[in-house]
Design a protein around this ligand. Structure first.
Ligand SMILES: Cc1cc2nc3c(=O)[nH]c(=O)nc-3n(C[C@H](O)[C@H](O)[C@H](O)COP(=O)(O)OP(=O)(O)OC[C@H]3O[C@@H](n4cnc5c(N)ncnc54)[C@H](O)[C@@H]3O)c2cc1C
Length: 457
């Protein structure tokens, strides 16, 4: 690394003092994300135009300064933190919706637009952008694309990867390019767009994002059901899918998460026999929802399942608030948390849950296992006291091994970041790793972009 002070003064000359923060209080504010990883950067920059991003990328290549692009810093993996005392490139000020094309059904945004803001904007046109991480009100589209974010609607609508049409990407040295054409189809050359979705800021920096949008469903209805048999919601999801019903969302709350929600007063359980919950949302035309709802209610009645039904926007959103309260609520179970977001083939979810309960009992550490069960995606959170740190780490390893034994994958949407990098070689073969390292070299030969994360080198 050449002289950092020279680099900083050049940066300030180009961007202006008000776009380059170096005060300790600011650096600390940008030294963490939603994981336990911490890394204090040397400076944080706030470009307002893509030309300024290009200038920063030219300068980091000249001075060999590592750079971490950052949206809202809600990553749960340490991927939005500078682990090598480098520069944070914040997209907070590049937060404009640039164009909505109703005929093409595409929207062009700057990376710092919040997912929730985009949703509200599109609603006025009868449109929606389905990917909905629980953090949607405060996470950015740039961060969502870089992590490949998912959410409850993934079951019916897919995740971020299914909505990114093309990306404008900047590379160290300042070259800037589009990953593909802005047409709805295109097969000229290789398709680079999906390579960047989920790349966690390691291959390039997005300066503009083109997303596909879809018409808002005519209506929706949400059922919140209460189950005495913990695994029953997983069986219901399978039964519905086999009956060709695709809920918009099927979110599972297991026994331990339910305990956290009730301790945190997010839900009041009158029936102590209740072991799990299922949030099931149906959406579509009035006709189709009516038909599907009838089938689901018949199934629930046949099985003697108690449920609440919400069919107005207000009631639906107030029930979803319980689901959104899960991540903060699990904290009541322990001062320390280790979180993973593993994915299992749906057919193996029940077996995984059984193993989790056994391990939880054996080790005496709370294991919450909730989330997007419709996609096979469980958020596994271990909660424990600081004395149990080592036991929790070994429990985590046992759980991740179990995921791989059951033909699952270690992360479905949160990414690898810094905190899970040591497990990547458990899942990928040496050949896969070699090919991925080769790709990284093509885009970032000097390893300047988010250098300490994603792939073990
Ligand atoms: C309470 C809570 C609930 C959550 N629920 C979900 C959920 O349901 N589903 C889900 O998928 N995630 C969830 N997350 C995780 C997190 O919100 C997502 O990963 C989100 O996509 C991160 O967006 P961000 O703007 O905060 O990005 P950041 O955290 O700032 O960055 C995330 C990654 O994106 C990269 N990046 C950011 N901007 C750019 C850019 N312009 N160009 C290139 N790379 C960039 C960063 O370098 C980093 O690697 C949750 C987090 C919290 C705290």
């Amino acid at each position: 690394m050449k002289s950092f002070s020279k680099f900083l003064s050049r940066l300030k000359d180009i961007l202006g003092e008000n776009k380059v923060f170096t005060q300790p209080k600011d650096l600390i504010a940008y030294s963490f994300d939603s994981s336990a990883a911490i890394g204090v950067p040397l400076a944080v920059v706030f470009p307002e135009r893509k030309e300024e991003v290009v200038d920063v990328l030219k300068l980091i290549a000249e001075y060999k300064i590592p750079l971490v692009p950052r949206g809202a810093g809600t990553a749960t993996t340490g991927s939005a933190v500078s682990h090598t005392q480098g520069l944070i490139l914040s997209f907070e000020r590049m937060n404009r919706i640039l164009e909505l094309n109703l005929e093409e059904r595409i929207v062009v945004v700057q990376p710092g637009v919040l997912n929730g803001e985009l949703k509200n904007y599109l609603k006025k046109f009868g449109l929606f952008y389905p990917p909905d991480p629980a953090s949607y009100n405060y996470s950015t589209i740039g961060g969502n694309v870089a992590t490949g974010a998912g959410g409850p609607r993934g079951l019916k609508y897919g995740t971020t990867k299914d909505y990114v049409l093309a990306l404008e990407v900047g590379l160290p040295g300042g070259k800037i390019f589009w990953t593909g054409p802005l047409t709805l189809k295109g097969v000229v050359g290789y398709n680079l767009t999906p390579l960047f979705v989920g790349s966690e800021g390691t291959l390039g920096v997005f300066t503009e994002i083109v997303l596909k949008v879809v018409p808002l469903p005519e209506t929706r209805v949400l059922l919140l059901s209460y189950h005495e048999k913990e695994e029953e919601p997983l069986e219901i999801i399978s039964e519905l899918l086999k009956a060709l019903i695709t809920p918009a969302s099927a979110e599972f709350i297991d026994k331990t998460t339910l305990l956290a929600l009730s301790k945190n007063k997010q839900i009041e359980l009158h029936d102590k026999k209740v072991k799990s919950l299922l949030f099931l949302e149906l959406d579509g035309t009035v006709e189709s929802v009516k038909k599907e709802l009838k089938k689901v209610e018949e199934l629930y009645q046949m099985k003697g399942i108690f449920y609440h039904k919400a069919d107005t926007e207000e009631k639906i959103e107030s029930l979803w608030e319980i689901r959104r309260a899960v991540s903060p609520s699990v904290r009541v179970l322990g001062e320390r948390k280790i979180s993973d977001d593993v994915v299992l083939p749906r057919r193996n979810m029940k077996e995984f849950l059984k193993k989790i309960r056994k391990l939880e009992e054996e080790k005496g550490i709370y294991v919450c296992c909730f989330g997007h069960a419709g996609d096979g995606n469980f958020h596994v959170n271990l909660l424990f006291s600081s004395e149990k740190e080592e036991e929790a780490k070994s429990l985590r390893k046992a759980i991740l091994k179990e995921v791989l034994n059951l033909k699952g994958t270690l992360s479905g949407e949160h990414g690898i970041g810094y905190v899970k990098r040591s497990f990547v070689a458990w899942e990928l073969t040496p050949l896969q790793l070699e090919l991925m390292r080769g790709l990284k070299k093509v885009f970032d030969p000097e390893n300047l972009l988010n250098p300490e994360i994603k792939i073990p080198f």
